[in-house]
Design a protein around this ligand. Structure first.
Ligand code: URA
Length: 209
């Protein structure tokens, strides 16, 4: 599985384990996802371009490095992707945000687009697409396909959990898009859920079940 990065830092793994518990409250699930998203942002932005600026310390002037957060767009696949946004934005507050609304047709499990709103000048930007679960890979592939029409500088995909089927689907369609995940679970079931997984991420984030 080339181009797949499993974020196996102990803090990431610990928090993910706590999130998987079926009796984790909505509050604790959301808080853990928020913390995990900050840690994932740290890894996924590791190679972000930097520029030199002049700063005055209390003692002298020096040249020091900053990132240009405005060049980064976090694209949330609605609605569960929004659970990752907040944590990532607290680490990269200057990032722009785009939203893609895709729902899974319950019969075919294919992705159907109902919303698409991006910042301007996407051709100058690096994109990080966020969605907690890389399950069938259909939504992720459809989102990346749509974003590629805007000719961005780069696209990365970040999720909390992936499964072999979803990775294969996304990598086959978009081998140039690196995948960052906290874990790769065993399999996808016939209803499109990841096993052992953590259930429906959207319901658990928003307390809708
Ligand atoms: N979406 C979820 O929320 N959970 C899964 O297991 C698969 C897709």
């Amino acid at each position: 599985m080339s181009n797949v990065h499993v974020l196996d830092h102990p803090l990431v793994q610990h928090k993910l384990t706590l999130m998987r518990r079926k009796d984790a409250s909505t509050n604790s699930f959301r808080r853990l996802l928020n913390e995990l998203s900050m840690l994932m942002a740290y890894e996924v932005t590791r190679d972000m371009p930097m520029q030199d600026i002049e700063v005055e310390t209390p003692l002298e002037t020096m040249t020091s490095k900053v990132i240009d957060g405005k060049k980064l767009v976090l694209v949330s696949i609605l609605r569960a992707g929004n659970g990752i946004l907040e944590g990532m934005l607290s680490v990269v507050p200057g990032a722009r945000v785009g939203h893609i609304g895709l729902y899974r047709d319950p019969k075919t499990l294919t992705a159907v687009e109902y919303y698409f709103k991006m910042p301007s000048e996407m051709q100058d930007r690096d994109i990080i697409v966020v969605d907690p679960m890389l399950a069938t890979g259909n939504s992720a592939s459809a989102a990346v396909e749509r974003l590629k029409e805007m000719n961005p500088k780069s696209i990365k995909f970040v999720c909390l959990l992936a499964c072999p089927e979803g990775i294969k689907n996304l990598q086959t369609a978009h081998p140039d898009v690196p995948i960052y995940t906290a874990a790769i679970d065993r399999e996808l079931n016939e209803h499109g859920y990841i096993l052992p997984g953590l259930g429906d991420a959207g319901d658990r984030i928003f307390g809708t079940k």
